[in-house]
Design a protein around this ligand. Structure first.
Ligand code: NAG
Ligand code: NAG
Length: 465
């Protein structure tokens, strides 16, 4: 018999015996004292089941969401931004994930997502073709790697189930609609410790407009380096869409799309902040998103499509200013924000937009395309020298980065004066509060600011060997 079941049945008997004797003692009925179990009938409902089902609702401290998620009754729906993921703490060797079809109707072929166990490689899991009109629910098995003998024997003798970390990454075409996970039966003590530790893992939000033919996110260096460094990563990345709204007036640019739960085609959109926000608007929602961790680092790498469509420099700069203002005031007021400056792509405009914000937690970072090791080496250096030194001390920074990057720690220039931050926020707050409705006014205001902005820029080379 399964040791857990064995133990559970024994426990059940022990409890029953104890209760029986207590009741018998209290009742003081002599005939029952002799045979306390005379009339006991075991009903099936009292047997401990072999499996346990956990959901983010029943076990909120076992699930950690990254990126934008919504809850619809018992279903947790990932947005269609790439790389949206959920991490769960499970126990034992059984793990069956229960999901719902992401669309309402039609035949769905090749619905898949990526799964990784204990920080292992991501495996592609594909569901069989199904008819979404039938509202199907799927359960699929995740293989949990076998433990080595000493660990599993120790676990057996002590009746303990070994914990594992499961990470499921949604695929934008078929967003993950998670219901829950089935485990070996166990009594799960729901400490908040695990979730607390998860929340200390540095989280980075990466905002970028990629050219239409750019590779998928899961093949890029930026994604894999962040995985290697065990960062939490969320992406607002669109392919073939300009950042500013100038290329296709009928469509929203990425700067505007950022505010939405998922990318969209520009309709419907609020013309004016006095109009009701569309239900998919992420910030200031009545119906908030599934609580995840706010990213404490934001990386903005935009302008590729604008450049390809010859968007004028001033237009680009104004879009970037408005966007950064929105980030600072509305969306990510607590974050350190890094804007990538790439040679040949609106360099002056990008730098000017950053300086004009006069905000100490906003930084320009020069991308060095000639660096040996390419994109991966550059990103690792960026994370290890700029971001991770600022992470929670419990994060194993030295172990994951190696020692090569330590001297690049940039603690000093990051710590902007608090008073100044508050001042800037107050000033900007009034203007940016109703960002889209008062865009013209805002531009005039920024123009004024730029007139006397001589603050030292926080511009710094990312790579100083
Ligand atoms: C899918 O299911 C619906 C509802 O059961 C049915 O009406 C429809 O014909 C099915 N579609 C196909 C292609 O089987
Ligand atoms: C990346 O995702 C694609 C589907 O978008 C998948 O076919 C491919 O196997 C994935 N590659 C890796 C390295 O995970």
């Amino acid at each position: 018999m399964n040791p857990v079941k064995h133990f559970a049945v024994l426990l059940f008997f022990a409890v029953l015996l104890f209760c029986g004797s207590v009741m018998a003692a209290e009742d003081k009925k002599p005939e029952e004292e002799e045979k306390p179990f005379k009339n006991a009938v075991f009903q099936e409902q009292y047997f401990v089941k072999d499996e346990a089902f956990i959901t983010p609702r029943t076990h909120p401290y076992l699930f950690s969401f990254t990126g934008r998620w919504m809850r619809r009754r018992e279903v947790y729906q990932a947005s269609t931004w790439p790389g949206t993921s959920v991490t769960a703490l499970i126990y034992g060797q059984t793990c069956r994930v229960k999901v719902k079809a992401p669309v309402k109707e039609g035949i769905v072929e090749g619905h898949y997502f990526l799964a990784s166990v204990d920080n292992g490689p991501q495996l592609l899991l594909t569901l069989p073709t199904y008819n979404a009109s039938e509202n199907p629910v799927f359960e699929f098995n995740l293989d949990i790697p076998q433990l080595d003998d000493t660990v599993s024997n120790a676990a057996k003798t002590s009746n303990v189930l070994i914990p594992h970390i499961v990470e499921l990454t949604s695929e934008p075409n078929y967003p993950l609609n998670l219901i829950g996970i089935t485990l070996d039966n166990t009594i799960i003590r729901q400490g908040r410790d695990w979730l607390k530790r998860q929340n200390k893992i540095p989280t980075i939000e990466y905002i970028s407009d990629k050219l239409a033919d750019a590779p998928a996110l899961n093949t890029t260096a930026v994604y894999h380096v962040a995985r290697e460094l065990r960062l939490r990563q969320e992406y607002v990345v669109a392919h073939g869409k300009c950042f500013s709204p100038e290329c296709k007036r009928s469509q929203a640019g990425l700067a505007e799309q950022y505010n939405y739960l998922s990318p969209f085609d520009g309709n419907p959109r609020p013309q004016d902040a006095r109009e009701a926000m569309p239900s998919k608007f992420v910030f200031h929602r009545d119906d908030p998103l599934v609580e995840g961790k706010e990213p404490e680092f934001v990386m903005v790498d935009v302008g590729d499509n604008d450049l390809a469509h010859n968007v004028n420099g001033l237009e680009f700069m104004q879009s970037l200013q408005a966007f950064l203002g929105n980030l600072i005031v509305n969306a990510r007021p607590e974050a350190e924000i890094f804007v990538l400056v790439r040679a040949g792509r609106y360099v002056t405009e990008t730098e000017d937009a950053i300086v004009s914000m006069r905000y100490p937690h906003l930084h320009a970072v020069k991308y060095d395309e000639r660096r040996a090791g390419g994109d991966a080496a550059w990103h690792k250096s960026f994370y290890c020298s700029y971001i991770l030194p600022l992470a929670d001390p419990s994060y194993p920074y030295r172990e994951l980065c190696g020692t090569a990057y330590e001297q690049l720690s940039v603690g000093s220039h990051m710590t902007g004066s608090f008073g100044k931050t508050v001042l800037v926020l107050l000033v900007l707050g009034g203007v940016f509060g109703t960002l889209y409705s008062r865009r013209r006014q805002l531009m005039a205001y920024i123009g004024q600011l730029r007139g006397y902005s001589n603050v030292s820029t926080t511009d710094k080379e990312a790579v100083e060997n």
